[in-house]
Write a protein of this length. Structure first.
Length: 319
């Protein structure tokens, strides 16, 4: 007797890197105006390429292009497959919610690219606001925000304090990635590249394989191959402007969503730390601290408080 796999419950979370169901229906465009916070530009030193990395032994995240509902071998049941996700949701479903502003400025070291705002994020108005999302925890533990674990309400401070930024591939909020169509995610790629061309960061970190699959498909016309590995995507640049800007290097991290349970926190941290090490190298080469001392002074901190900052102590220890 054949056995049918029981459907798994799906919890609410933004930016899951789980495979999505096939989406039906026509695509309705929905866009929020991007709001950016522009700070002063830094003089960029000679570009430093990331060191060649050892291929990660971590297994890949499940591909949204290839996964099908699981059945026992030999089963000949002709019953309709059940979706693991609620399916595509038109923009009208969450029309009462707004997107969130980008956190961008010129000449950043790295810009993080998420899928789209989740419902909790849209309601609170700040990036990665879901309590189960590991984004802010991993940023701190990987050395990207070495002084402290920042709160979602600090999202707009990332450029001025850490030379980091944040944006999304799609601006409209949904319950999860499954409520977006592949088409609208791919339509977000030229919008993303336009932002990269405008602000010209040294690199972008794609926060989830599912996002990179859609960018890869939009740029190459092909599905992402089985040879994919997390980390630096050799040979890839986004937003290049011929003769002016070589484009942003591309780094792909595991999604920080709590829904991506196939990877331990330690595995996610190890992959994010590889990026953190490179970012800190670039900070040192650019003569920056993390957080920047001058920005702390503008925030009204006393000199003795600044001198006790972990970032300043690290800089002194390297001298």
């Amino acid at each position: 007797m054949s056995k049918r796999a029981m459907p798994r419950a799906v919890e609410e979370e933004e930016d899951p890197d789980k495979p999505t169901a096939t989406f039906g229906g026509a695509l309705s465009k929905f866009a929020f105006p991007a709001t950016t916070r522009v700070t002063r530009s830094n003089t960029r030193s000679a570009s430093a390429s990331p060191q060649k990395r050892a291929r990660s032994p971590v297994k890949e995240e499940p591909s949204e292009d290839t996964e099908v509902d699981s059945k026992e071998a030999g089963t000949k049941s002709k019953k309709k497959k059940r979706s693991k996700h609620p399916g595509y949701a038109p923009p009208s479903k969450y029309a009462h919610l707004s997107g969130i502003p980008d956190s961008l400025s010129a000449n950043l070291i790295c810009v993080f690219v998420g899928t789209n705002p989740g419902l909790k994020t849209a309601i609170k108005g700040h990036a990665y606001s879901s309590p189960s999302n590991l984004f802010w925890k991993l940023l701190h533990q990987s050395g990207l925000t070495p002084d402290q674990k920042r709160l979602p309400t600090d999202d707009l401070k990332l450029p001025e304090l850490y030379s980091l930024g944040n944006t999304n591939l799609v601006s409209r909020p949904t319950k999860d990635q499954a409520e977006l169509s592949h088409e609208e995610m791919e339509e977000g790629v030229p919008i993303l590249e336009a932002k990269v061309q405008k602000f010209r960061p040294e690199s972008v970190c794609i926060v989830g394989k599912g996002i990179w699959e859609r960018i890869y498909k939009a740029k190459s016309g092909k599905k992402l191959g089985k040879e994919f590995q997390f980390g630096w995507q050799d040979g890839w640049r986004l937003g290049a402007v011929e003769g002016e800007y070589e484009g942003a290097k591309v780094y792909v991290a595991v999604s920080t969503s709590g829904l991506v349970a196939g990877y331990s926190t330690a595995q996610k941290l190890r992959i994010m730390t590889e990026l953190g090490d490179w970012v800190n190298l670039r900070r040192k080469e650019r003569g920056e601290t993390a957080p920047r001392v001058e920005e702390l002074e503008q925030d009204g901190l006393k000199l003795e408080e600044i001198e006790e900052s972990p970032a300043v102590k690290l800089e002194e220890g390297d001298a």
